[in-house]
Design a protein around this ligand. Structure first.
Ligand code: GTP
Ligand code: MG
Length: 227
């Protein structure tokens, strides 16, 4: 898989693409340290496969697909962002502009990626201009549980303190796809009942309630599946 090529193409074509989109579009951005598995998670979600090889994302890898929710076709744009500062600095404001939800990802085997979360959240807050965007916390690489450095309880407490739903998953394990798909559909369902994209930011109080309520059941289901 050539991450570099697609990242560069997308970076240059973004501004020309957006204003022409008419259907309901939800933009979700994936944020976190380099190497936590953002590209693998999004690739898995879009193709059903774990990529054999990835390279550091440059700028952004932009993926789009239409999903049907309660009879309505909704376009989901997933922005797989670069974790490395040098590959992201010129793109940061594009990441956050009109974002409807943020997936914060850390690697359960890498404590530093967990400790970076407040920095990512602060960046998100700065660029959201006072708008509260729904946020989801995702601990990736659950298949490497035996070498985990971040306990699920600690992460859960962190998520609760910041009023975020929390999931542990793996881009590599067979269940990882179901988990990510469930998260995506749940977030899209929450967003669906809000105003159309590109007209205004969604009212996040309502979204948060939807996501949080459904989250409790979902998380149990995912943790059961992941065993
Ligand atoms: N075991 C395991 N390895 C994973 C998982 N997800 C990603 N990896 C590995 O982690 C490394 C980094 O994955 P990427 O998806 O490229 O990381 P990234 O967050 O996109 O990194 P940047 O693009 O630099 O921000 C790769 O070697 C992947 O194979 C997972 O769930 N389990
Ligand atoms: Mg990447």
């Amino acid at each position: 898989m050539s991450e570099t090529e697609s990242s560069l193409d997308l970076t240059t074509s973004l501004s020309g693409t957006f204003p022409q989109l008419r259907s309901r579009i939800f933009k979700i951005i994936v944020i976190g340290d380099s190497g936590v598995g953002k590209t693998c998670l999004t690739y898995r979600l879009w193709t059903g496969r774990f990529p054999e090889k990835t390279e550091a994302t440059i700028g952004v890898d932009f993926r789009e697909k239409v999903i049907e929710i309660e009879g309505e076709k909704i376009k989901i744009q997933l922005w797989d962002t670069a974790g490395q500062e040098r590959f992201r600095k010129s793109m940061v404001q594009h990441y956050y502009r009109n974002a409807h939800a943020v997936f914060f990802v850390y690697d359960v085997t890498n404590a530093a990626s967990f400790h970076s979360l407040p920095i990512w959240m602060e960046e998100c807050r700065r660029h959201s201009r006072g708008q509260e965007v729904p946020r989801i916390l995702i601990g990736n690489k659950r298949d490497l549980r035996s070498s985990a450095r971040v306990g699920a309880e600690l992460a859960r407490k962190f998520a609760e303190a910041h009023r975020m739903p929390f999931f542990e998953t793996s881009a590599k394990s067979p269940q990882g796809y179901d988990c990510m798909e469930t998260i995506l559909i749940t977030v899209a369902q929450g967003l669906k009942n809000q105003k159309p994209l590109l007209l205004s930011q969604p009212s996040t109080k309502q979204i948060k309630r939807t996501v949080t309520l459904r989250h409790n059941g979902l998380e149990d289901c995912i943790l059961d599946q992941m065993g």
